[in-house]
Each structure stands twice: as C-alpha cells, then as structure tokens.
Design a protein around this ligand. Structure first.
Ligand code: SAM
Length: 424
C-alpha cells in the first residue's frame, strides 16, 4: 500500500472504530474514559460486548500507528530514544508525593507546592510540566497545578501508584544494567546473574533480595496486584478458560498457589473439584496466610511444598498459574521432573501463563504487552515468556513420558492455557 493510502486507511479505521465505541457507550448512557479529574479512569466496555471491545483495541493500534507515521521514522527514532524522560518525570511525581500535595479540587501555585514538598520551584515546575505532557496534572491557569484523572489515580489507587513506584524507582537502575548483564553473563538462566545484581551490587536473587526490604516487598506485592487487575489478566479467564467441569470428581494441586485465591475462585464454580494449594513455608506464616472461606474448607486446603522437591500428592491435575514464566529452562525442567514421582498415567499438567504470540499474529496491544513482560522477566530473574513450541520442547526435555497436548488462549485473556499429560 502506498504511504499516502496507508495514512488515509488508518484515519478511516480510527473514525469507524471511534464511532463504534461512542455509539455503544451513548446507547448505554455511559461516558468514555477521560482526563477530566472527575472523569472515568477506564472505558466501561464489558469484554462480552465483542464489537465495542474489539473496536477499542483496533482504535488504540491505529492511533498509535498513525501517530508514529505522522512523526516519520527519523523524528520518531529521535523521540523514542529520549522518551526515557517520561520515566524521570513520573519518578519525580511518585517520589515527591506530588499527587498527595496537589488539592483534589481547585489548584495550587508552583510556589506553594514547592514549599509544601520541599523541592526547589524551578526543578519542581519542570518535572511537573513534563509530566503534564503525559496527562499527569494540568495547568488550569498559568503558574497553578491541578489534578487530572490520571494524577488522581496516583492519589487514590494504591496498587497502581505502587506499580508506578516499582517501575520508575526500583526497576529503573536495573533496566539501565540489562545490556551490561547480558555481556557479563551471556545467556545466563540464573536468577542471581541479572541486571538487578549489577544495579544493586548484590549476589542474592531478586525474590530473596526484595524480601530484605519490607517497603520494597510491600510495593512489589501491591504492584503485582495492579498488574493482575490489568486488562486480560482477570481470574475469571482462568476459571472460564479451562474445561474444569469435564474433570468430574477430581483433585487439583495448585502449585505455587500463593494464598489460594485462584483455587477459591475455581472451587466456587466447580463443586466436584478439590484443591490442594501448595506454596513455600514463607507463604504460610500467620501474617500472610489467607483464610479459606468457610464454605470451601472441606474442598480447599492450604499446604506447604517446595516445587523443586519430589511431589507426594496423588492428583488428577497439577496446576501452575504464573509460575513457569518466572524461571529459565533449567529450573522449569527441574520443576517438571520433581513432579514425576507422584504422577499416575493420564494425570494432567495444566499451566496458565503468558505465551508469546507468533510475531504479527496478535493485535498491537497484546503483542506489546507480552513483549514487554518478556523483557521484564529477563530484567528481574533471567526468565522468559515462551512461544507455543517452547512449551512443547520444555515437556520433552523434562521427560519423554510427558505428552504435550495443546496450548490455547481463551478469548480476551492475555494468559494462555498449556496442557500436557503423563503417559508413564
Ligand atoms: C507469581 S506468584 C503466582 C501465584 C499464583 N499462582 C497466582 O496465579 O497468582 C508465584 C508463586 O510461586 C511461589 N513459589 C516460589 N517458589 C516456590 C517454590 N520453590 N515452591 C513452591 N512455591 C513457590 C511464590 O511464593 C508465589 O506464591
């Protein structure tokens, strides 16, 4: 397609998809998301409303491409490289607690704000004015700062503001050390040979290291909550995306199942299933242990088991959600091998995890999200997201008696199901 035609096609697509979205919202008497301080922080489009849901994703992809095309490759690359300044202004907003210091209604002068947060006026004003180019705060009249819906989220949504702090504060130095780590430890799958180790001068792996700092551990936990609340990661996809009902009366071992919240959700909907939720001893101390809801106590048990040690529980299904993407091949193979002592012929291994789409096959939003997640797994733990073929290979390498069955992505989910069977 000629470059002129591409621009016209994109703008037509944008106009068509905006109309689909706005028609859908106005028919329901709803508003769109907005930067207005009292506006909506999210589009109220139910994923089951296929047309509007898909139109919005197409709108994001087309506006992004048209934006980049309008810049052109040369200017685009210049911008791309120095857009790390976005991280800088966002970090300053987080670190100086500016969302708390700006009043929710009305505005505050830069001078008063500067005194309130104890940051010199000129430095403060420039980071805020840069943040404003990303819709964080606005300047209703010259010299005054007021909230937008985006900055208000930093004030009111603790998991999301923790995500911001975690990414801009805690992971910024590691990000700057990834290439250095790749040169120092080429191809390493060890979780203590990462950019985090270089950035913070530690030999300890990421999870142990972050537990040493209570504030960081808390911020990480909240940030992961914000990530789990992101589009496509809801537990409902785990509950509805696998034919749990076809298992009949069965026991599922939820390995690395944390405090059991995923098992609770599946158990609620499938009354014939029993769950053994295994996690490390550290997750079973009184300060972290969740209560099993009263009506599920006879079907869900929280237990302790290290998945690198031989499995002893006899079950029909061994379930892993968000486990394998946190480990390199060597360790994933160890986890699968440690299962084999307990496996009976026909036992299923069910994995619910990220999977990289074949390049160009997923929409822009999903592709970008999964590619970014893949990089973050490298940054923190030298792990990776996998393609479908990689999953099949993983089972093969662990033990020839594993038979890889299939991998699929429930519609609208960003997480996949990967299923294998024990034939031994
Ligand atoms: C990313 S979380 C996933 C939790 C849960 N499956 C979910 O979907 O939200 C990883 C979990 O694996 C657990 N874990 C890490 N190492 C483990 C090990 N060696 N044995 C058992 N569980 C482990 C962690 O404590 C944590 O609960």
């Amino acid at each position: 397609m000629s470059s002129l035609k591409r621009i016209t096609a994109l703008s037509d697509e944008i106009s068509k998809n905006s109309k689909t979205v706005t028609d859908y919202l106005s028919e329901k008497g709803l508003e769109a998301a907005s930067f207005d301080v009292d506006g909506l922080a999210e589009f109220p489009i139910n994923p089951s409303d296929e047309e509007a849901f898909k139109a919005r994703l197409a709108l994001i992809a087309a506006t992004r491409e048209l934006h980049d095309l309008s810049l052109g490759p040369k200017e685009g690359l210049r911008y791309l490289a120095w857009d790390s300044a976005n991280q800088l202004s966002l970090q300053a907003v987080y670190e100086f607690k500016l969302a708390e210091a700006v009043p929710l209604s009305g505005s505050i002068s830069y001078q008063d704000l500067s005194e309130k947060v104890n940051v010199p006026m000129l430095n403060l004003r420039r980071v805020i004015r840069h943040a404003m180019t990303n819709h964080i705060f606005h300047e209703p009249e010259k010299g005054f700062v007021a909230h937008t819906r985006t900055s208000r989220l930093l004030l009111e949504d603790l998991p999301l503001s923790s995500w911001v702090g975690f990414m801009t504060n805690d992971l910024w130095l590691p990000i700057a050390n990834v290439v250095k780590a790749m040169k120092k430890w080429p191809g390493s799958g060890e979780s203590n040979e990462t950019s985090v180790n270089l950035a913070y001068g530690t030999d300890t792996n990421w999870f142990d290291w972050l537990q040493e700092d209570k504030d960081l551990a808390k911020r990480y936990g909240l940030a992961m909550q914000a990530h789990g609340g992101g589009e496509g990661f809801a537990i409902s996809h785990t509950v509805n995306g696998y034919p749990w009902g076809e298992l009949g009366e069965a026991t599922v071992v939820d390995m690395g199942g944390s405090q059991g919240y995923v098992s609770f959700a599946i158990a609620e909907q499938f009354p014939k299933l029993n769950f053994i939720v295994q996690d490390t001893a550290g997750m079973r101390v009184s300060s972290t242990i969740a209560k099993v809801p009263e009506h599920l106590t006879d079907r869900v048990q929280l237990t302790t088991h290290d998945f690198f040690t031989p499995q002893t529980v006899d079950a029909q299904v061994y379930f892993f959600r968000w486990i394998f993407h946190g480990f390199s091949e060597k360790y994933c193979i160890k986890i699968l091998q440690a299962l084999t002592p307990a496996l009976k012929t026909g036992a299923k291994i069910v994995i619910n995890d990220g999977t990289l789409p074949e390049p160009g096959t997923a929409g822009y939003v999903e592709e970008k999200s999964m590619r970014t997640m893949d990089l973050f797994m490298q940054i923190t733990v030298n792990a990776r997201e996998r393609e479908v073929d990689d999953w099949a290979e993983l089972f093969k390498q662990a033990d020839e008696r594993y038979k890889f069955l299939k991998a699929w992505k429930p519609e609208k989910s960003r997480m996949w199901f990967i299923e294998a069977e024990w034939t031994g």
